[in-house]
Design a protein around this ligand. Sequence first.
Ligand SMILES: Nc1ncnc2c1ncn2[C@@H]1O[C@H](COP(=O)(O)OP(=O)(O)OP(=O)(O)O)[C@@H](O)[C@H]1O
Ligand SMILES: [Mg+2]
Length: 465
Amino acid sequence: MAAKRILFISRSELVSPLHAQFKAHDCQAMVVEDRVSAMKVIDGRKADLVFTLPSLPGYRAQDLLDTLHQSDNPLPVIVFTDKGSAEEARLYMEMGAQDYWLCPLTWEKVQAALPAEAPPAPASQARPRDVAIIGSHPSVARVLALARQVAASKATVLISGESGTGKEMFARFIHIHSGRENGPFVAVNCAALPEHLLESELFGHEKGAFTGAISRKLGKFELASGGTLLLDEISEMALPLQAKLLRALQEGEIDRVGGVETVKVDVRVLATTNRNLEQSVEKGEFRQDLFYRLNVIPLRLPPLSQRGEDVLLLADFFMRRYVREYGLGALRLSDEARDWLLAHDWPGNVRELQNLMERAVLLAGNGPVRPVHFLMDGQEWSPDEQRGDEPGEGPDGVTPDRAAAISFEEGGRIPTIQEMEMQLIMKSLDRTSGNRTKASELLGISVRTLRNKLGEYRKIGLDIP
Ligand SMILES: Nc1ncnc2c1ncn2[C@@H]1O[C@H](COP(=O)(O)OP(=O)(O)OP(=O)(O)O)[C@@H](O)[C@H]1O
Ligand SMILES: [Mg+2]
């Protein structure tokens, strides 16, 4: 076996207790305490695995992860720390860390993390990715603790909350922590189909059950067997179907439409609603017995406007995600942007914030993100407009060049991110007479990202200079 090379970006006293073990196992350990030395080892591809503390004077692990993420074949990085938190763990994993460990490091753990000689078998990656739920406000922490607590039971959970508060996300979280995570996660939107179609969608049908039923079809209950079934917008289900659902939940068996025998199913059921189901029960629109059956464990997600500074945590989280996705350089939020985010009332909740941050990341250029970059739906892009901050000029503001690259139809709908991105890219190519390198510099993205985008546009028939 070839010697293994491990880079530690750490204070040396945290690694020195392991030196004898490294030696005995033919492992080469390098310990550095600053970014420059670390990058020398990494750029020279002189390590197979990196361990890093979250920070050292003049160095932050998140910057390293940002840099590595942009490389073709990033080295695995494990963040280790003596004062950890679940929140921090999630953030680092989202940024691309392979793992997050608490001190002390032991040889057994380190050895287990060393990359195998042969590429790992696909089966070892079967475990679905965890869901990163961001938030530390007590109102969210409480719901998260409850979700974690009930995940492993088979109890039905009713997740309620306004649109965009994260109901589906919590449903996935419960699935992943349920012990059924290797089974399927199947979602059905009860508002999307008329009653008879929804019935066969849920319970399946036999061949010839109705006109158009040309073959047997398995319903979502059967497809979710061994896993989790999410009934989205349950309040919209018609009353007769509610009766059939209740039976399925109580008996653990279903009748296919047009079928003669019942089918046993092993499914954990979760439901979401953005209406107040108690009120629907009072109005006679929702069966009380079904409500009680579903509401065994109620999870109520608070609106984003009631989550205090979570807005900033989430904004930062989405900013990093989109910076990474678009291959841009690191960004930060200006103080004015933070004030703006805290003052906004978020009718579209987390989804609205997510969309807003995606647009802002694309508009902010080299940053920082300022309120002028927070285009609301229906608002037009105007670089001179001042929303409580300085006009778009100066070294880190929106340059007139960048602003001019985006043209919105007069009073029309707001373009999608993809359209806007395409416009920006085409405009910059135009300006640089098709020079990919110059265009990518102008856009603040890598040439590779640019080429990939152009490849996509070509596929959909766009003429690329
Ligand atoms: N706490 C959170 N941390 C990170 N991302 C979140 C969080 N809450 C929601 N999101 C993200 O916000 C978006 C909307 O969440 P989700 O789809 O779960 O909301 P929903 O309540 O089901 O909305 P709807 O009622 O419109 O169906 C998703 O992209 C989700 O990943
Ligand atoms: Mg949803």
